[in-house]
Design a protein around this ligand. Structure first.
Ligand code: C2E
Ligand code: MG
Ligand code: MG
Ligand code: MG
Length: 276
């Protein structure tokens, strides 16, 4: 084919690729401004003790309070933060905000629970992580263990010795570590079980299917047994029905999180919930 024909053949696709790249770059530059203008806000989703039904913790979930579009979901911008490296600066703000909110609730006598913050792979690998965490812990009260972190399997597949070192240092700061979306990655169980972590979080995609699919019920039951044999706790995410809650309780899952109990809510609403 002539160069001309080739251009006609592929020009269409190239233009789409160009448009996608242009969108990515413009979103990236908007996000850079969002960091400077501090447009990110934390919402908090309660974690419930499955045995007592009481509040056992909360997860901080970032939203972008966009000047024109209003509240934007993390699905739309966290991947761009991750690809651009901006997640390090943005993640630092999420952690700061979580500990500032925690301290405010604490000072108001509201007895805030431990708050889990999601840490992206680039943040986890970043040399400043431990220092950042020490700093935000001092904003709250480190002795009351105000912070935990959630990381995904992809953070853990790097250099084993370094991963173990980071996890061990976090633990020594009194910051428990959960493996988020457990079972959805491709790392081997044999590898994961050698790591010093505290909690396995069962992904919503498994919880969604458990009531109708015995295979998923078996899978969750296996994850819970594995966790308990290793002295880890289990948190299930995405619980939407009483039936799912009942099954997870039967399986001895310690904590649950999902729309059945509450959606992620703004800090002021979470404070109201604490004062009830
Ligand atoms: P994730 O950490 O696995 O968080 C759980 C997601 O499931 C949240 O979505 C939560 O709102 C949603 N969820 C909880 N219960 C239910 C339920 O019963 N039904 C349904 N349909 N959904 C439920 P969200 O807030 O949109 O966050 C999506 C993802 O964005 C998070 O998944 C996490 O990977 C990422 N993310 C959110 N905040 C941060 C952050 O501060 N830093 C980083 N690095 N990632 C974040
Ligand atoms: Mg999470
Ligand atoms: Mg999760
Ligand atoms: Mg998930």
């Amino acid at each position: 084919a002539s160069a001309r024909a080739k251009e006609e053949r592929f020009g269409f696709y190239d233009r789409h690729a160009d448009q996608a790249l242009a969108r990515e770059l413009s979103l990236e530059s908007e996000l850079r401004d969002a960091i400077v203008r501090r447009e990110f806000v934390n919402y908090y989703q309660p974690k419930i003790d499955m045995k007592t039904g009481k509040l056992a913790g909360a997860e901080a979930l970032v939203r972008w309070n966009h000047p024109v579009r209003g509240i934007v979901s993390p699905a739309e911008f966290v991947p761009v933060l991750e690809r651009s490296g901006l997640v390090i600066a943005a993640g630092r703000q999420v952690m700061e905000q979580a500990m500032r909110d925690w301290r405010e609730w604490h000072e108001a006598g509201l007895k805030p629970p431990q708050i889990a913050v999601n840490v992206a792979p680039a943040q986890f690998r970043c040399d400043s992580l431990i220092g950042d965490i020490e700093r935000v812990l001092r904003m709250a009260d480190p002795a009351l263990r105000p912070l935990s972190i959630e990381i995904t399997e992809s953070s853990l597949v790097a250099d084993h010795a370094r991963v173990v070192e980071i996890l061990t240092r976090l633990r020594s700061l009194g910051v428990p570590i959960a493996i988020d979306d457990f079972g959805t990655g491709y790392s081997s169980l044999a590898y994961l079980v050698t790591l010093p972590v505290d909690v396995l979080k069962i992904d919503r995609s498994f919880v969604m299917k458990m009531a109708h699919d015995a295979g998923y019920m078996g899978l969750i039951s296996t994850i819970v047994s594995l966790a308990h044999n290793l002295d880890l706790k289990v948190v299930a995410e995405g619980i939407e029905t009483e039936e799912e809650a009942k099954l997870l309780k039967l399986l001895r899952c310690e904590q649950g999180q999902g729309y059945l109990y509450s959606r992620p809510i703004p800090a002021a609403d979470f404070a109201a919930l604490l004062s009830r």
